[in-house]
Design a protein around this ligand. Structure first.
Ligand SMILES: [Zn+2]
Length: 166
């Protein structure tokens, strides 16, 4: 999952640049977030960065368990097939630029690829973001180097895109 730190150590450090550009940023083009759009971006990223190796999640959802969480992958038990499906969540409580959506999507797709969301981990540990192990970091670093993507485990820049400020 991707989420930002609740209290930035230095609020200004959210980026002098961000403050200077705030008016400009207001003119950023935001995406109309729909499940269909998530699927389109998923497919695009799968082709561009993953050689289409990421299994398509069964569900695309527009909510996450916390307003601080921008993206999330969840395991869903399938009673019929007695197997585990995946749900990919991107929160509609943010204004999304194409770039931020791609970054968050790629982060969540690493979870889908390495299937760490299936590992036993308590709900709280997962919710607290203690769910990024070495194999996640290795894949993240590999993609960042290869495609200059700037994917991170925790991000702060999403705070300014929240629809409802804290
Ligand atoms: Zn994550």
């Amino acid at each position: 999952m991707v989420f930002y730190d609740k209290v930035p150590r230095k609020p200004i450090a959210l980026g002098e640049k961000v403050c200077q550009n705030s008016r400009k940023n207001m003119e950023e083009k935001f995406i109309k977030l729909t499940k269909k759009k998530l699927k389109t971006v998923f497919e695009k990223c799968n082709s561009l960065y993953f050689d289409n190796q990421v299994p398509t999640p069964k569900y695309f959802e527009l909510w996450t368990p916390s307003k601080r969480i921008a993206g999330w992958v969840r395991c869903v038990w399938n009673k019929t097939s007695k197997s585990r499906d995946a749900a990919l969540h991107i929160s509609d409580q943010f204004y999304w630029t194409e770039e931020n959506l791609v970054k968050t999507m790629v982060h969540e797709m690493i979870h889908l690829l390495i299937e760490d969301y299936k590992r036993p981990l308590s709900f709280w540990r997962r919710l607290l973001g203690k769910d990024h192990e070495q194999d996640f970091k290795d894949k993240m670093n590999e993609l960042n180097e290869k495609y200059n993507l700037d994917i991170a485990i925790r991000v702060k820049y999403m705070k300014k895109y929240m629809k409802k400020k804290e």
